[in-house]
Each structure stands twice: as C-alpha cells, then as structure tokens.
Design a protein around this ligand. Structure first.
Ligand SMILES: Cc1ncc(COP(=O)(O)O)c(C=O)c1O
Length: 389
C-alpha cells in the first residue's frame, strides 16, 4: 500500500493561525448584502438558544443519561474501522432494514437525516410552492414557522384549546378553508406536552387534501403514533428522532417514514452524504441496544408522573398534562422570568423559559430528568414560590 505523504516540516512549524481582526471597525454596514436576503426570511426570528452552564440541565428535553458505555464502545470501534477519507453511504442497506423493522415499515420508505429537523426542512422544501399554506397548532415547535417563512410559504397557526389540548375541529376547519398544502402536527407537542386525540389524523386526511406531517419526536414517551396510517395513505409523513428517547442528541440522527414514492421525492430536498459515518454507526448501535434504551424511557415516564404530582401540589403553579419527556408549568403569582432566574442562580437548575410567546405567558418548560433532578426541581420551586401563597 502506498504511504500517505507526510506533512511538510515547514507547514508543521507554522500552525494555522488567523489574525483576529477584532470588532468590524471600518467594515461596511451590511445594507447592500442584507438587501439581497428575501424579505420573508428577514421577517423571521432566528432559532437560537442561549444556555448557561448549570448543574441540572433540564432545558432541551434531552436524555438525562449518556448512552450505555457498551454502546459507545461499539460506535467508537466502528468509527475507528471506518475510512474517514471516503464519503459515507447515503444510508447503509442494513441500517435501513433495521430501521424499517423497528418502526414496522418498508426500507424504501425510510429516509435518514442529520437530525429530524433536516427532514422537516426537506419535507417543506419539496412540497411548498410560494404562497402555499402550512397549518400547525399554536403554540408548537418554532422551527415549522421559521422554515415555512424561509421557503416562501404562508404559516397559519391554529390555537390549541383549553389546557393546550388539541382542537381538532379548528385544525380541520382551518386546513380545509385555507386549502393547506401541509399540516404539521407535533404529538406530543413541544412545548405543551399535549397528545393528539385518536382519530385526529384520519379526520384531517378525510376532510382536507393536505399532506399531514406527524413530527413524533417525543412519541416514545406517550400518545398515539401515525405509523399505521402509512399503510393506508401516501399523504402522511412521520418524523422520528434519535435525539430524545434514544439519547443521541449530540450525534444528530433522525428519519422520515413515508410512502416509498413520496420518500424518493423528499430525498431530493436533502443534501447528499448528510449523515456521517460515526452517526450511521451510532444509529445502528442504538437499535441493537433498543431494550436497554426503552427501559430508560420507562424510567422517564415514571419520573414524569412524580414531577407532575410534586408540582401540582404547589398552589402558585398551574401544571399541564404531558405525554412527553417534559412538563409545562404556568407561574400564577410571580413572573416566569424571575422563577427561571432563581432556579438557575439559587439552585443550579436550568429550565426553558418559553414565556415570551404570547400564548405561553408566564410559562416554563421543564425536561424530566432523573429521580434526583425531579426531587430538586420540586423542592426548589416549592421554596421559590412559597412566599407567594
Ligand atoms: C418538535 C421537535 N421535533 C424535532 C426535534 C428534534 O430534532 P432533531 O432530530 O433534529 O434533534 C425537536 C427537538 O427539540 C422537537 O422539539
């Protein structure tokens, strides 16, 4: 085998360096460049998150546990054996077969992505023409609105009902009236935790002509799945992620399940080679360790019940029912912003402050963590809200 060329000593002696130019003194103000950005894009708020370090990180609905050490070792061994100078396969056939088996679908109807967010993007990119309407409940995951705007669609949010329960009548009515191209349903819904009631997707399919995209990022934690409907219609796309129940948020892996003819078209909206060799190996390993990871989901569901129970005893909070791995609360007697700050500053607990949304006034979202995390959050909120009876 020919040996790779060695690095020239000259180059090695001069490590790559850039001169930090400092603040953009004298740089142009950006007006000319900005004028070329689509107005619909400039009108959107960016998806950002500033997350200070904290002892207990309960702000992104991640698994509280790193993956089992054996799983990590398998992935590292596969990564070591892989050729890093070669592009990955789009998706190894064995992985597609294992995914199809896991979700009860056919390998040619499975599309893998660098996180499921990428597949939301591919789905909207391949379906929306300028001005097409996307219907989704409100509040929900903010990325749907952002991507619809970037892609030139019109986003039409439909408010959830009392206690953030899904209002299926209103969704059906709006989708039919607006002749929606796409309806996006996140169930259980982020950030409310609400699960779709049985029969909701069937009604949307019967009473509208829309593609129904079911983002089931949190489905393992509760609520119905749309997977069986894949056998009955080609107007359903189901999105799944390995970031939550399977604990692989750091490696970015998600998938779309759709009719094979639809999946082939959605694939055109993705970039090639988007899932790297390490992630492909990790996805396969996670499926092999499925039972162990499923046991963790069971533990989280148990802790969710304890969290809801503990928080429901605090009179200064309203607690909403959740089928996911997080719980939404409303602060009834103090600004949510203050409660968020005190949780972080005084107790080292980072939750998600979602209270800036008009429909989420005074709300915080708390990821379900370990039993110890749950005890700590309940005790801390008890202390913070105690003076406010
Ligand atoms: C509704 C929803 N969909 C998808 C995702 C996850 O996406 P990804 O698979 O890209 O990590 C999240 C994560 O926060 C989410 O809340």
């Amino acid at each position: 085998m020919s040996r790779p060329p060695t690095t020239s000593t000259d180059a090695a002696a001069r490590p790559f360096r850039t001169v930090n130019p400092g603040p953009a003194a004298g740089a142009p103000d950006g007006v000319e460049g900005l004028a070329l950005i689509k107005p619909a894009v400039r009108a959107q708020s960016a998806y950002t998150l500033s997350a200070p370090a904290a002892r207990r990180k309960l702000n992104q609905n991640e698994s509280p546990w790193d993956v089992p050490p054996a799983l990590k070792r398998e992935v590292l061994a596969a990564a070591e054996a892989a050729a890093w100078h070669r592009y990955p396969e789009f998706a190894p056939p064995e992985l597609l077969a294992a995914l199809a088996d896991h979700y009860g679908w056919t390998p040619d109807g499975v599309l893998v992505g660098n996180g499921s967010n990428e597949l939301i993007q591919a789905t909207l990119a391949t379906t929306l023409e300028a001005g097409d309407v996307v219907i989704a409940p409100a509040p929900t995951f903010s990325l749907y609105r952002l991507l619809t705007g970037v892609l030139g669609g019109r986003y039409r949010p439909v408010p959830l009902g009392p206690d953030f329960a899904y209002d299926v009548d209103a969704l059906v009515e709006a989708a039919a009236r607006e002749r929606a191209r796409v309806v996006v349903l996140n169930s259980p819904n982020n950030p409310t935790g609400s699960a779709l009631p049985g029969g909701a997707i069937e009604r949307l399919l019967e009473e509208t002509g829309a593609l129904v995209v079911c983002d089931e990022a949190y489905q393992e934690f509760g609520g119905p799945t749309a997977l069986p409907l894949l056998r009955e219609t080609s107007r359903v796309v189901v999105l799944r992620t390995f970031s939550k129940a399977l604990g692989l948020a750091g490696l970015r892996f998600g998938l779309a399940l759709a009719h094979p003819a639809v999946a082939r078209e959605l694939a055109k909206g993705k970039l090639p080679y988007n899932v790297n060799v390490v992630t492909l190996a990790a996805a396969a390993a996670a499926l092999r360790h499925g039972d162990e990871l499923a046991e963790r989901v069971r533990l989280i569901v148990e802790q969710r019940a304890r969290l809801v129970d503990g928080l429901s005893r605090l009179p200064a909070l309203a607690v909403y029912p959740s089928a996911a791995n997080f719980v939404l609360i409303r602060c009834l007697r103090q600004p949510a912003r203050d409660v968020f700050r005190r949780l972080l500053d005084e107790h080292g607990i980072l939750v998600r402050d979602v209270s800036s949304g008009s429909d989420l006034a005074q709300c915080l979202r708390i990821s379900v963590g370990t039993a110890d995390d749950v005890d700590a959050v309940v005790a801390a909120l008890g202390q913070i809200t105690d003076g406010e009876r």
